[in-house]
Design a protein around this ligand. Structure first.
Ligand code: GLU
Length: 492
């Protein structure tokens, strides 16, 4: 058996769509579980759609996600480089290669020059549409003798090259997800292979490259399924061995339509920005369109490599469920050490105006205890500030239940107990924070809810929130005393 070689072949048109990331991940998983290679090829034959910096962005998103590129286009020290024996891996650098193969197709009668003008083609299409027919090229230039065509080209006439499909032939291929597929050439179009600007179309470039790069398995989105018969015919025309096809179901929104930018976040960068962890996003995406054998849903990349099975890829699209993504991500949030969380959450905390570098350096332990304290309540990093408001926002009691607690019978005793205990120390260390409530309990004979609820309400202005011991340590003596003073104004 030859080595498994797969490729992810995005067009550099902006950003990496999460559906694209899922395609890349499935390719990667398949390659790794077969000790194969994962290639990155850049398909930039549509020069009108290029976006500056898109290649860098694509690679950075893949790297962030943990998808490692073995061959093709990579980034080293922030620069785009190419690595491998089958380069170049950027299609716009391979024009002479496509020209050679298109010439071969023409020479062997599998392709022809077409001189039809845009006006003619537009009119043809309009006419067909009006008659309710599927728009397709009518083959006017199919039978122009090659000599005549070459003369017209020499005279400066504009042309494209089209695939010369045989009439009434069944094109057969097998898709690992969809099974056997048969399409008759009478339902297919004489596809343009080479455009008038000398650039190949996707269809020619993809076949030539996949063959020359030794790609054994083509794992891509199902939107390319209708194009596959043309590719299959091209393999045949060239006399090349057909790769194995795996067409993946779409990633859909809740209306079962393709997830698109118009409905909100779709790029890997968007999700990164919201503070999803790469492990969480990749784990969740892997489940959209693939069902593991067991009921298990949490998988590291290593586990995915082991468990992923092309045979269990779904035929129909999977709905992208943000709630579930949050749930999966929260699992990885909990696994972070407090140092890791501190570092990853820092940009969000800084943006909220809660901390800066200096603050974190000078209050290292406090910052890390804060991280520990809020960790379990975070689905994603961007929630770190909102879970930290008790520490950074101005103290006020607005919650009905909190006010009720402060008006309660035991509140005066609890507050007094806290004040008396705090008077014994200059500053609160973790040891003291741990023992404080016990002290108040002993001194005032109040316990349980009657103790903890008013204490929490007085110190945070809320009845719910993180662990009280951490709150006491994080707030510190002075701040607690200030808050207790303010809390008194709510008491009866
Ligand atoms: N360039 C195509 C894309 O942008 C790749 C299709 C394929 O994988 O064959 O999705």
């Amino acid at each position: 058996m030859s080595e498994v070689r797969v490729r992810f072949a995005p067009s550099p048109t902006g950003y990496l769509h999460i559906g694209g990331l899922r395609t890349a991940v499935y390719n990667y998983l398949y390659a790794k579980q077969n000790n194969g290679k994962f290639l990155l090829r850049i398909e930039d034959t549509d020069q009108t759609r290029l976006v500056e910096g898109a290649i860098e962005n694509l690679i950075a998103s893949l790297q962030w996600s943990g998808v490692e590129i073995d061959e093709g286009v990579l980034m080293e020290d922030g620069k785009v480089v190419q690595k491998g024996e089958c380069g170049p891996y950027i299609q716009s650098e391979r024009l002479d290669i496509y020209k050679k193969y298109v010439d071969q197709l023409i020479e062997e009668g599998h392709a022809y020059y077409c001189f039809c003008t845009k006006e003619r083609l537009d009119n043809l299409r309009e006419g067909q549409k009006m008659k309710g027919q599927v728009p397709r090229y009518d083959g006017l230039c199919r039978n122009i003798p090659l000599d005549e065509a070459r003369e017209r080209i020499a005279n400066g006439e504009e042309y494209v090259v089209r695939l010369k499909l045989p009439h009434d032939r069944d094109i057969k291929f097998r898709d690992e997800v969809r099974g056997d597929i048969v399409i008759n050439t009478n339902e297919m179009d004489d596809q343009v292979l080479m455009k008038s600007d000398g650039f190949p179309t996707y269809h020619l470039a993809v076949v030539v490259d996949d063959h020359l790069m030794g790609i054994t398995h083509i794992v891509r989105g199902e939107e390319w399924l209708p194009s596959t018969p043309k590719h299959v015919y091209l393999y045949e025309a060239f006399g090349w061995e057909q790769p194995t096809y795996v067409h993946l179901p779409g990633v859909l929104n809740s209306d079962h339509k393709k997830l698109s930018k118009r409905q909100g976040d779709v790029s890997v960068e968007d999700f990164k920005g919201h503070g999803y962890l790469p492990e969480g996003l990749v784990n969740y995406l892997a489940l959209v369109g693939w069902s593991p054998e067991s009921n298990e849903e949490l998988f590291t990349m290593e586990e995915l490599i082991e468990q992923f099975n092309v045979k269990r890829v779904a035929k129909t699209g999977g709905v992208f469920d943000k709630k579930k993504l949050d749930w999966v991500n929260s699992h990885y949030m909990k696994k972070l050490s407090r140092e890791e969380l501190g570092e990853l959450a820092f940009p969000y905390m800084e943006k909220a105006g809660y901390v800066n570098k200096e603050f974190v350096e000078n209050n290292k332990e406090k910052y890390l205890v804060l991280m520990e304290t809020i960790q379990d309540s975070l689905d994603r990093l961007e929630q770190a500030p909102e879970q930290s408001t008790f520490l950074f926002e101005e103290y006020k009691v607005t919650e009905e239940e909190a006010i009720e607690q402060l008006k309660g019978e035991t509140a005066p005793d609890v507050i007094q107990g806290l004040e008396e205990a705090l008077a014994e120390v200059d500053e609160i260390d973790q040891e003291f924070a741990k023992g404080l409530m016990k002290k108040v309990q002993k001194a005032k004979g109040v316990k349980g809810k009657n103790l903890f609820m008013p204490a929490r309400a007085a110190m945070t202005g809320n009845v719910h929130g993180p662990d009280l011991t951490s709150i006491i340590y994080l707030l510190g003596k002075e701040e607690i005393l200030n808050r207790l003073e303010k809390a008194k104004s709510y008491m009866n």
